[in-house]
Design a protein. Structure first.
Length: 571
């Protein structure tokens, strides 16, 4: 089975990491240049895939892994890429299978590397494959794709490798690739891809052949898409064995992997492995060479463009204790953990994280600065920093903390979180108010009653004063046991003041407007306290208040009975 050279491709940010032991220096002479080709394009980075220990791969079940926008009916990658725009409908991981036992199962596990909480597993596909098949694993978009790097871990028997690719708002593409994917910012929340279809394309298709074994290289800065056409089908006994190498200046070539027969393989040479610097703009050269087989000695090599200077702001994620949105109080310490990642600058030199600061109300309250940058110091690319903020006296009702992440070139990104210092409590108070009037100069008494439902709203610090209101309507008309017609009582509003402790909420009511029938006991001086037992974010209890007032010839007895139920919406 043979991959066709599909007119090379829209390349973009991403990476592929070796699952077979990493990259090792190859003790070979500098390659001779059999032909050169230059493609003007942007720059980007990817790690290597494939075996790197110098062994031939004719027995390796995983011959190559390619990421693309789709795959056609005969297994050819459609628009291979290592970086994708946020609006693409899917991302495809395509695996070319070598020699395997019957009934072999290939596993593809997707991971989001740059999620808010670090690495986040997404989904897996298992595909039954045979020798020469192309297996595909699609990740589909439910909306805009979340930016950052992703990894697909591919396992087949004892063989494993990984493909790393990226999503960014303006992907870099090769000159011969399709036009770019730059999009307007979406109003929808971006999400990582979700599990889509998977399967295999059997090997029985005949893709034709190329008369001459032709290695090739296409560039995008540190990234190269390498491959070969007409060099064999990788499952025969006499195919050519090819090796991909890279070097800087006059240094010795560095082996990035081998493949038998036709292949497509994205590779990235780390300048630090080549004796260079990852802070400079020195170009990297690549070569694809037939090292054994009928066309031994065939080679294509070229020098890529120098990486661009760092022009991208870093990424940042924020977590905290307590969680963002939780209520805080005077004297509380908010511990903020900021994850700063500069690896998203995949089309240029990456300067690294220089500082992380925390500010409140425009004033810096904590921060860290780092010396450097030092070439090949990978710790500068991702830093996890813990900063602190102590809630001061008389804080605003909403504390907003802003974390600023800067790289060594001065590009910055901000993330923020807010913490209310007051909680919002709401609930209902259902009561029946009654009044009994006894006139001492005549026999008997008059009792009048009314049912009420109040919607209660108030704001409170966790231990301190509170304020709010209660809007009430009658649920039963004002009726008296004397021969009086029922009275329609208008809605009423009561003001609320009081205090809150961890164990209880004390409410005091004040009449502000509207009806009064049967509830005057709530706000007639001396104003009684309504004490509601509290348990965390809930408070509830019974109400039973009585007020007796005596004047000459009359005694007024007022009573309110019922229940109050409260809950905290923002605690």
């Amino acid at each position: 089975m043979r991959w066709r050279n599909v007119g090379v491709v829209a390349l973009v940010a991403g990476a592929c990491s070796s699952g077979g032991g990493g990259s090792e220096a190859a003790e070979t002479s500098a390659p001779t240049v059999a032909g050169t080709q230059t493609v003007e394009t942007g720059s980007q980075t990817v790690e290597t895939i494939g075996p790197t220990n110098g062994d031939a791969v004719e027995s390796d079940p995983i011959l190559s892994v390619v990421t693309a926008h789709d795959v056609d009916e005969v297994g050819v990658p459609l628009e291979p890429a290592l970086e994708f725009g946020p609006e693409v409908p899917q991302i495809s991981v395509l695996v070319r299978v070598g020699e395997v036992e019957p009934d072999a199962t290939l596993d593809v596990a997707w991971t989001w590397l740059d999620g808010p909480d670090g690495e986040r597993p997404l989904f897996e596909h298992q595909v039954d494959v045979g020798a020469g098949d192309v297996a595909y694993s699609h990740g589909v978009a439910s909306g805009p794709l979340a930016a950052g790097r992703y990894r697909a871990d591919v396992t087949l028997g004892a063989s494993s490798t990984a493909a790393v690719f990226a999503v960014r708002h303006t992907p870099i593409v090769l000159a011969e690739g399709v036009a770019g994917f730059a999009r307007q910012e979406s109003t929808e929340d971006p999400e990582p891809p979700t599990r889509g279809p998977s399967g295999r394309i059997p090997t029985q298709h005949d893709y034709g052949s190329v008369a001459v074994c032709t290695p090739w290289v296409y560039f995008s800065s540190l990234l190269a898409m390498t491959g070969a056409n007409g060099c064999g089908d990788a499952v025969g006994d006499n195919d050519n064995l090819l090796e991909v190498t890279a070097w800087v200046g006059g240094n010795s070539p560095f082996a990035l992997g081998q493949a038998r027969g036709d292949f497509i393989k994205p590779v990235q040479a780390d300048p630090c492995d080549l004796g260079g610097s990852d802070l400079e703009t020195e170009p990297v050269s690549y070569a694809v060479t037939v090292i054994s087989g009928p066309d031994e000695g065939e080679q294509f090599s070229d020098q890529g463009p120098a990486p661009e200077p760092d022009t991208h702001a870093p990424m940042a994620f924020l977590a905290s204790q307590p969680l963002p949105g939780a209520q805080v109080n005077v004297g509380d310490t908010i511990v903020v953990e900021v994850t700063a990642d500069d690896k998203a600058s995949v089309d240029s030199v990456i300067s690294g994280i220089a500082s992380v600061t925390l500010a409140s109300d425009g004033r810096e309250v904590d921060g860290l600065e780092f010396t450097g940058p030092e070439a090949c110091d990978k710790s500068r690319l991702r830093r996890v920093v813990q900063l602190e903020y102590v809630v001061p006296d008389n804080p605003p009702e909403l504390v907003t903390l802003v974390a600023t992440v800067r790289d060594y070139e001065g590009h910055e990104t901000t993330v923020e979180a807010s913490y209310p210092t007051v909680s919002l409590w709401t609930g209902y108070m259902d009561v029946v108010g009654s009044s009994v009037t006894e006139v001492t100069i005549q026999e008997g008494a008059v009792r009048c009653t009314a049912g009420w439902e109040f919607r209660v709203v108030f704001f409170a610090r966790s231990a301190g004063e509170l304020y709010g209101y209660a809007d009430g309507i009658t649920t039963a008309p004002h009726e008296c046991d004397a021969p009086f017609a029922p009275v329609d009582v208008p809605a009423t509003r009561l003001g609320i003041s009081g205090t809150m402790t961890p164990d209880a909420i004390t409410l005091r009511f004040e009449h502000q407007s509207g009806g009064w029938s049967g509830i005057a006991v709530l706000y007639t001086p001396p104003v009684p306290d309504v004490i509601v037992p509290r348990s965390g974010a809930q408070a509830f209890g019974d109400i039973d208040l009585t007020l007796v007032t005596e004047v000459p010839n009359n005694t007024f007895t007022e009573n309110v009975k019922g229940r109050i139920d409260l809950g905290c919406d923002e605690c």
